[in-house]
Design a protein. Structure first.
Length: 181
């Protein structure tokens, strides 16, 4: 019997992202004003400077909306695809892993992994500080030994459950699920 489920989580924006958005808005407005001023001073190129002025506003809009990130988990027969969706207009496959290859699995706590050395750390979660985050340590063909941090729902966990090796922590389910989500 085949199993299939998918789940999308939205990345939470912290203070650093909010500050970066504010800088982008200020930068776009400053460029807009500079180009509009140049358009009035240099009358011959006023059409070009007007286009550049409004182009800077549009560029600021594209930069700000590209900071809206979602992660989609698709689990099919123990194989999980993790996709990054940027501003609901661009999708990028981050990685594909098989739950049978998990070396370690369980509720994620940042302090437990601070001193570990991994080739790559893939944070495909709402926020690493969120309760409800799980981690998997595995050796990937191209990325080496990686730490995958993700925020699954109960359906994703249930579909992964029978494929995760017991010695990797396959019994460590539902330990940190907030409010039964």
């Amino acid at each position: 019997m085949d199993t299939y489920c998918e789940y999308i989580v939205k990345k939470k924006n912290g203070g650093k992202e909010m500050a970066l958005r504010a800088l982008i808005v200020v930068g776009a407005l400053v460029l807009f004003l500079i180009f509009m001023f140049l358009g009035t001073v240099v009358g011959a190129f006023s059409m070009i400077t007007t286009l550049l002025a409004f182009g800077s506003l549009y560029g600021g809009y594209l930069l700000i909306t590209s900071m809206n990130i979602e992660y989609e988990y698709i689990v099919t027969n123990g194989e999980m695809d993790v996709d990054k969706i940027i501003a609901k207009r661009k999708r990028k496959r981050m990685l594909t892993v098989n739950a049978r290859s998990f070396e370690k699995f369980g509720p994620f706590k940042e302090a437990e992994h601070a001193n570990e050395s991994y080739s790559n750390r893939v944070y495909a979660c709402t926020s690493p500080d969120d309760p409800g985050c799980y981690y998997a340590v595995l050796t990937h063909q191209t990325m080496g030994r990686i730490l995958l941090v993700f925020t699954p729902n109960d359906n994703v966990l249930e579909n992964l459950k029978s494929y995760i090796p017991r010695q990797a922590g396959g019994h460590a389910f539902y330990g940190n699920r907030p409010n039964g989500n």
